[in-house]
Design a protein around this ligand. Sequence first.
Ligand code: C2E
Ligand code: CA
Ligand code: CA
Ligand code: CA
Length: 274
Amino acid sequence: AKEAGRGNACFFDQEMDRHVRKRRELAHELRHVIARDELRLVFQPIVATATSHIIGYEALLRWQHPIHGHVPPQTFIPIAEEVGAIVPIGEWVLRRACEIASRWAEHLSIAVNVSALQFELPSLVDVVEAALRDSGLSPHRLELEVTESVMLRNRVIALATLRRLKRRGVAIVMDDFGTGYSSLSNLQAFPFDKIKIDRSFVAAMEHDEAARSIIRAIVSLGKSLALPIVAEGVETDTQHRLVLEAGCAQAQGYLFGIPTETVTIAPQLHVVGG
Ligand code: C2E
Ligand code: CA
Ligand code: CA
Ligand code: CA
């Protein structure tokens, strides 16, 4: 037993070592990822819950690594944040997303994820302005998604940045709501334009009365603050019906469309809708 224990510890050490080395390697490569042209954006539709009509898309980052293949954002975004590479990467995402969305039908919005780290840099406003100017995209079509962590870091700077962006007509979305540590009073202090309910609540809805209650509570909170609610991760017709009944104005999830590189449906929809 003693032998086996030592064997396990040794195996564990090797695993740790491998893990640390891979992280360090990825961190290094993330600094060159833009120059090497390994990043691309995919787009997932966001729909009006009642009609299932597409009202916009969320841009999601993909990294095609020459050796490791597809590296999930869940893996590389935290590393990019740790080493600061998220700042140039985030700028690339904003510019690219605005450029692509500027070619879509005018009623379609584009939601871009912004790291809390980017949000603390006063230069974010300049980066957003440059992306809008160079693409010609109307600021009213751009939404920036941030998680609750922005409110827990440098609140003063984050709030100032948020206000400056809003003055320019850009909407700010509270992403993954319900998963962080922020209190509801934070929602009052930070003038968000929209709340996205994390998909863990949507997933639990079908079988869990408590999850349904939480979603109803978030919706009524949103109503009192005049904030539309988006339900994330809708995968089934039942979930669609439940989030509609709960009063979520917008929805997103595999049921309506997976993230894809080309958004062919946009121009047609404009013709049909208009
Ligand atoms: P997120 O912002 O919450 O994005 C939604 C994630 O849920 C995406 O994962 C999307 O593909 C996935 N998803 C959408 N519908 C469904 C569904 O019906 N079922 C399930 N199971 N999943 C669904 P993805 O693309 O892997 O991105 C993961 C996270 O990485 C994002 O979560 C976001 O936090 C981060 N991320 C992605 N792109 C960017 C970016 O450009 N910048 C920053 N800072 N973060 C990004
Ligand atoms: Ca998001
Ligand atoms: Ca989310
Ligand atoms: Ca999420």
